[in-house]
Design a protein around this ligand. Sequence first.
Ligand SMILES: Cc1cc2nc3c(=O)[nH]c(=O)nc-3n(C[C@H](O)[C@H](O)[C@H](O)COP(=O)(O)O)c2cc1C
Length: 377
Amino acid sequence: METESAEEKKLWRKKKKNITTEVTPFVREVNLAPIQKLGGYEFYEKVLKSPKYIVAPMVEQSELAYRMLCRKYGAQLCYTPMLHSPQYADIDVYRKKFFTTCPEDRPLIAQFCGNDPSVLLRAAKQIEDYCDAVDINLGCPQRIARRGYYGSFLMDNLPLVYELVRTLHENLRVPVFCKIRVFPEYEKTLEYAKGLEKAGCQMLVVHGRTREMKGIYQGLADLEIVKKLKKELSIPVISNGNIQVFEDIQKCIDDTKVDGVMSAEALLRDPAFFSGKKVDAFQLTFEYLDLCEMYETPLQWIKDHLCKILLEYVMEDLELKDKLIFQSRSLQALRENMLEFQRICKENGGARKIDIVRKVKNYVELDEEALSLFNSS
Ligand SMILES: Cc1cc2nc3c(=O)[nH]c(=O)nc-3n(C[C@H](O)[C@H](O)[C@H](O)COP(=O)(O)O)c2cc1C
């Protein structure tokens, strides 16, 4: 794999120092004609085909291979993982590693974080021919977003947020979308959402949690706020949060009247979640590995996916997880280990999964080389 050159690293360090917290209005080039594009619902219906089942942006997890798997099982629209606009704008190695796509990977929304309108635009310009819209991450509540001054921390500077949206709206050939968290006060959230709409946002994803609702304070998303916002806005509104089982999707749509739902965690556990069918976790594992062979995917991302897809088997067993997944050094090794693991589970037939956990665990305890024992069992 290519490595970042010293020059690129230097450039990025320099850029990082210059991250601005000021509004730096981007001035449109003077003789550019206004860009014609379809508006909110027209775009949602004609280009996106009215998607209801939407794969959330997930850092290192909503990559091409996984998106293709989710599409096979009912996902109607996918988001890329969040891309850092300064790096995407300037660093070729970053672009190649963190954004890959293919003609079948549509409709697709590319998500960026950033706080500088001109940098965000420069990054988005480079991707606009490969996606249907560009989304701004205005919801990330993590410490890293506080440090980088992006995501939900931009809620403290709404003029800057509106400038980011306006700049993309006026200068991109594709629409701009936003993914937000809510303020504790409904009125403030409504003003925020209306401001985004006015600045040119053409679809809004509302994660009905506040910036503070994370980790042990996560709690439930407030779907009442989502419902009220939906009533007030003229652009498509998507609800995110509280989708645990398939039935939650229609219930959320019926209760809030949103246009669709976005899911992250449920899809990580089950990439066939949107199909409403129970698909064997091993089948999904091997289909995913096939896709990873077609679309080069970093090994670590693959391993993280396998741990989640196979969670219902023994994957809460740290020792086994380590031997079968984390110590695998190649896609081929992962595939072999997963075949072995599947064989063990099948041999246990109707046994409860928890019993399989115990049995496999005993094997591991008996011998250092778990896989050779599996073979001789
Ligand atoms: C592994 C992981 C990575 C995530 N990465 C992003 C991201 O890149 N951009 C973003 O806006 N949200 C990100 N999120 C948040 C999700 O998009 C979503 O808003 C959140 O998980 C709530 O949805 P859920 O209840 O369906 O999980 C991430 C969540 C997870 C679990």
